[in-house]
Write a protein that binds this ligand. Structure first.
Ligand code: MN3
Length: 203
């Protein structure tokens, strides 16, 4: 059973003006598609072919690096698309807002910490909001296509928010101005999906 490129849950231009249609089209139909195809090629004909992506991540340090890189790319982008939506943004409410206040002091401090993590990740990678195994909210970043489900990751747990800071995610519109892209990201957040994953992670 091959891994399939998930459909984008909205049109390529749906996140304009914050993320432009051309970036979204290339990002999904070329980059995400390539990770998916390369993951399938990496597991084909091996014992890894029958495993779930989560099972692969648990022992990814012992697997071919193509599975780490492309499996991460396959999975991380699927999350990333779902964490955004047209007319998104604003703030969460209820238990998630309370947890954010508890662990980061305030919603503004949370934004600042997450944005800082995304800004300072050197080179290509991802910023994450994660529920760790103590059910605490933590923020961190990973290089390349690593993610918090991988045994190689410094930050571990269930990701409930992800931000792609590879240049391919923003360069057409923002060029070298990664902080501008990160600032725009807050306007397209899908707090319903983030809250849904938070509730699953803490129970
Ligand atoms: Mn990407």
């Amino acid at each position: 059973m091959a891994f399939e490129l998930p459909q984008l849950p909205y049109a390529y231009n749906a996140l304009e003006p914050y993320i432009d249609a051309q970036t979204m089209e290339i990002h999904h139909s070329k980059h995400h598609a390539a990770y998916t195809n390369n993951l399938n090629a990496a597991v084909k004909g091996t014992e890894n072919e029958s495993k779930t992506i989560e099972d692969l991540f648990v022992n990814v340090s012992k697997l071919p690096v193509a599975i780490r890189n492309n499996g991460g790319g396959f999975y991380n982008h699927d999350l990333f698309w779902k964490f955004m939506k047209p007319n998104g943004g604003g703030q969460p409410t209820g238990d998630l807002l309370e947890a954010i206040n508890k662990y980061f002091g305030s919603f503004d401090k949370f934004k600042e910490t997450f944005s800082g993590s995304a800004t300072t990740r050197f080179g290509s990678g991802w910023a994450w909001l994660v529920v760790n195994n103590k059910k605490e909210l933590i923020i961190g970043s990973t290089p390349n296509q690593d993610n918090p489900l991988m045994d190689v990751s410094d930050i571990k747990g269930n990701p409930i928010l992800a931000l792609d800071v590879w240049e391919h995610a923003y360069y057409l519109k923002y060029q070298n101005k990664r902080p501008d892209y990160i600032a725009a990201f807050w306007n397209v957040l899908n707090w319903d999906e983030i809250t849904r994953r938070f509730k699953l992670a803490i129970h």
